[in-house]
Design a binder for this molecule. Structure first.
Ligand code: PA5
Length: 478
């Protein structure tokens, strides 16, 4: 069944305004029509690669089908969420990286900004926490504010072998056991269909309620599968709306034409920016709700594109460093650098057409013109004006910038935004001719941690780290 009416869906369509990367506005610092035309062959190839490989688990492109293939899973998630909302005071996600950044971003985007502080009768669901670190102080702080017996823990790990997540699991499982709580009642796993340690633990405990992180979906592309859908549903977020938004964006991106396909155009712009030495990609949402979309995007962009080998095995060192900022807050911190510093950045603004609140600014201080002019406007007008003003100032200074506008922030537009960024990443990776979907650099760090903590099978690596990589005292100042 279609989600809402076609008129409503079209009124919620995201827009990409890339005027401020063109030579029309940036002169010789911008891209000309000719340069866009020269990208056509590369863009065609990237479009074809993504289209031909959609849904292929072996290439980790299963995420393209998530908007369409989860009807039964969504029904099951909604039933579980109803039960979690009625039974528990807290819902805690234990996970890291791709298993945490999506739930954090969606919580911030679609829930009250002080959700946990709201009265329970207003919240209607449990308090929500995502523990994506192994800082012992943070773990203690969490345990100071929750009663584990009244908490549902969603352990999310595709591999079930991530030291951070499994450490958190061990601590919580021990606490529950000591409190005489049946772990099966208070835990839900989200993991691989069959492989991995969480499946082993579940079997040992007689079957823990588990959701599948599908084979062809990597961590950073997993927000629209149970990794993100279960926490969102527990928070009362309209997960069907998120999936409908993703499907809507998928359709908008079905044309092999960068002028009509927004994700392909964004990929082309980012690729041209990288080619012209813009090694830093700033994402600057003008909305506190979108603040952690930047964290989610940073992982997607960095882990997917930061690679040292092309698909045909040639050495390369590609990628673009994502920088997370917030408008207007960072106008008073970083924009000076963006405007006058090195020409090594492209800025993507996330703008909001209509904020959920307007906050009229009362008249006052009319005898002080510097303050009085604000009265009679709204905070919405102010933030939108500052967004436009920053784009104007950057453009005047010859800085590449473009704007993605969400008509408003809701489940449907957020679904569109996630899918837009996922497709943009897939297209850009294809243009760079790299494997967008692996993360050997992350695995290397995981293995070195195993070695340091004495995991069986890693003694050679431990010796290497104790030997050639042992710190030389002469380079330590203390
Ligand atoms: O995107 C990725 O693949 C990584 O960030 C993983 O999500 C992260 O390392 C956690 O891995 P796992 O889900 O296996 O615990």
């Amino acid at each position: 069944m279609a989600y809402k009416t076609k008129e409503w869906r079209d009124s919620m369509r995201l827009a990409v305004d890339y005027n401020n990367v063109t030579d029309k506005f940036l002169g010789e610092k911008g891209f000309s029509r000719k340069q866009f035309k020269e990208m056509k062959a590369k863009a065609d190839e990237a479009f074809r690669f993504v289209k031909e490989n959609r849904g292929k688990d072996e290439l980790f492109m299963g995420w393209t089908e998530l908007p369409y293939n989860q009807k039964d899973i969504v029904a099951d998630i909604l039933a579980t969420a109803r039960s979690v909302r009625s039974k528990f005071d807290n819902f805690v996600v234990l996970g890291i990286g791709g298993s945490a950044l999506g739930p954090i971003a969606i919580f911030q985007a679609l829930c009250h900004l002080h959700y946990n502080e709201l009265l329970k009768k207003v919240r209607k669901g449990p308090k929500f926490y995502v523990e994506d670190n192994v800082d012992p102080v943070r773990m203690k702080a969490l345990l100071d504010v929750i009663d584990p017996a009244k908490t549902c823990f969603n352990v999310i790990s595709k591999s079930g072998a991530t030291s951070e997540t499994m450490t958190q699991y061990l601590i919580i499982a021990d606490l529950l056991e000591k409190a005489g709580v049946d772990i099966k009642e208070n835990m839900i796993f989200t993991t691989d269909a069959a492989k991995g340690n969480l499946n082993k633990i579940s079997a040992k405990l007689g079957g823990i309620k588990s959701y599948v992180l599908p084979d062809g979906v990597g961590g950073r592309f997993s927000e629209l599968c149970p990794v993100g859908l279960l926490p969102a549903a527990v928070l009362g977020i309209d997960i069907n709306g998120m999936l409908a938004g993703a499907a809507y964006m998928d359709k908008l991106c079905s044309k092999n034409s960068m002028d009509e396909n927004p994700a392909l155009m964004c990929a082309v712009i980012q690729y041209m920016a990288m080619e012209s030495g813009k090694n830093i990609g700033v994402l600057m949402p003008y909305s506190d709700n979108l603040k952690y979309i930047s964290d989610w995007y940073a992982q997607l962009w960095a882990e997917s594109l930061g690679k040292n080998q092309t698909l045909d095995g040639k050495p390369c060192n590609v990628g673009q460093t994502p920088v997370k900022t917030l408008g207007v807050t960072d106008q008073h911190s970083q924009v000076q650098l963006y405007t006058e510093g090195p020409f090594d950045k492209i800025i993507t603004f996330l703008s909001v057409g209509s904020y959920a609140e307007k906050s009229p600014i009362p008249h006052g201080c009319e005898d002080i013109p510097d303050v009085g002019f604000l009265g009679g406007h709204t905070m919405e007008e102010l933030i939108q004006a500052e967004n436009k003003a920053t784009a104007f100032a950057l453009t005047k200074a010859g800085r590449l910038n473009y704007t993605i506008t969400l008509p408003e922030i809701n489940a449907f537009t957020i679904g569109q935004l996630l899918f837009l960024f996922e497709l943009q990443t897939a297209y850009t990776g294809a243009m760079l001719n790299i494997n967008t979907f692996n993360q050997p650099g992350v695995e290397a760090g995981k293995k070195a941690t195993f070695a340091l903590l004495g995991k069986a099978g890693y003694s050679a690596q431990k010796e290497e780290m104790d030997g050639a990589y042992a710190p030389d005292e002469k380079y330590i100042i203390k």
